[in-house]
Design a protein around this ligand. Structure first.
Ligand SMILES: [Zn+2]
Length: 176
């Protein structure tokens, strides 16, 4: 948590919780905002997330997403929209618990920029400008260096509208 605070993230530590059925919040935080090189990055719709995954998220937002936005789209990142983090559920279509059930995954749906533009996975993965499509592919690739599992629109139709970012990179990530 000291490292997370050192990254410029604002957060509140959450109490450990056992929800039964393999669903837990252990060592989680409620992120309030992340930090870019020169400003604050707002977050939408995020709940409990483990501290290590929060750290990977904070680094990715700053070094992977904001810098790509500046280089490729000529605007700063100001907000990351999510579909949430903790969710006591299985992987869709299986009897296996999702990483969301242990607050170890986050679903990223869109990026809002300083020029007012909103680049979303659903609308812009295929439908955006060439630069927006490149931006989305670049931020997914950079996520693969920081998270253990990264799934996006090319993986299956359940991920057509978000990037699923799970765990932290230890050796080779599963990246689709
Ligand atoms: Zn997910």
């Amino acid at each position: 948590m000291a490292d997370l605070g050192g990254s410029g993230a604002r957060f509140t530590p959450l109490p450990d919780r056992y929800d039964g059925n393999g669903c837990t919040n252990l060592g989680t935080v409620q992120l309030l905002a992340l930090s870019s090189d020169d400003g604050e990055l707002a977050l939408s719709n995020i709940g409990a997330l483990t501290c290590p995954v929060s750290q990977a998220f904070a680094s990715w937002a700053r070094f992977g997403v904001d810098r790509a936005a500046r280089q490729i789209l000529g605007a700063k990142l100001v907000r990351i929209e999510t579909f949430g983090s903790y969710n006591c559920r299985n992987v869709a279509g299986t009897s296996r618990r999702s990483a969301h059930a242990t607050a170890s995954a986050i679903d990223i749906s869109a990026f809002v920029l300083s020029d007012g533009r909103r680049v979303s996975v659903l609308d812009d993965w295929n439908g955006g400008s060439a630069a927006e499509r490149q931006f989305l592919r670049t931020v997914q690739t950079s996520a693969c260096r920081r998270f253990g599992t990264v799934l996006g629109p090319e993986y299956d139709s359940a991920h057509r509208n978000h990037f699923h970012l799970e765990g932290i990179a230890e050796g080779k990530s599963f990246c689709r």
